[in-house]
Design a protein around this ligand. Structure first.
Ligand code: FMN
Length: 218
């Protein structure tokens, strides 16, 4: 790895290697940090569900009215970190503006999910108080009945043709700061930092300047 590498290409390579390794379940689990307008941070795991190498964004899916969703709606920014012990110690950090994924993209992903995930997206009030845990399966069954989903289809578990709830969908984190860190001998780790400036387009996408690359003390 060199500081002159295209950071999005290296990132794509790291994600590919993680995905094809059988070292663990959920190799693309990312800690996602958001904050309130007055700077109180919060962090939780999400699963990366896509990386657009050319444009430079990742996506994940969640409840728009969850804590993270509420914070993103205010600050429109997030930061994420992934760590892979299995490749000798690699840390990937990303930061940038966040926007909703286009509706059709969220629809397609929702349509591909197992029916129980689909129903859960309908009935979960993610991040709110759950007074009665036993009510959740009952709500899911009620929803399944509303959509006319048969017991056989529930047993099968495959995706069903039901609409996506508007409170659930994808986000894109457009990367304007990226750090590649890899463990070196004798604590001389490699740490490369890449930044770029974004110009927002009318369709809520971003176009970036060339990357500014620097090495940082690890
Ligand atoms: C490995 C792992 C992956 C997860 N992936 C997601 C995800 O992709 N989307 C999601 O909404 N929650 C996911 N969760 C649950 C979140 O960590 C979290 O509990 C939930 O999103 C509520 O977070 P919030 O209250 O901070 O918004 C995942 C949890 C784990 C442990």
């Amino acid at each position: 790895m060199s500081v002159n590498d295209n950071p999005l290409q290296v990132m794509a390579q790291w994600l590919r290697e993680a995905q094809t390794s059988s070292a663990r379940r959920n190799p693309l689990a990312m800690a996602l940090a958001t904050a309130t307008a007055d700077g109180i941070p919060s962090v939780r795991m999400v699963l990366l569900k896509g990386f657009a190498e050319q444009q430079g964004y990742v996506n994940f899916y969640t409840h728009h009215e969850s804590r993270k969703g509420t914070e993103i709606s205010v600050t429109q920014r997030a930061a994420g970190v992934l760590y892979w012990e299995e490749f000798g110690g690699r840390q990937l950090r990303i930061e940038g503006p966040v926007r909703h994924s286009p509706h059709d993209e969220s629809d397609r992903y929702f349509a591909s999910r197992p029916v129980h995930s689909q129903l859960n997206a309908w009935v979960s009030q993610q991040s709110r108080t759950l007074e009665d845990p036993a009510s959740l399966p009952a709500l899911a069954t009620q929803k399944a009945n509303e959509f006319g989903i048969t017991a056989a289809a529930l047993q099968d578990g495959g995706p069903q043709e039901i609409p996506r709830p508007s409170h659930w969908g994808g986000y894109r984190i457009w990367i304007d700061r990226l750090e590649l860190w890899s463990e070196g001998a004798g604590r001389f780790h490699d740490r490369y930092c890449y930044t770029r400036k974004f110009e927002q387009q009318e369709d809520e996408s971003f176009v970036g300047t060339n990357w500014q690359a620097t090495r940082l003390y690890p």
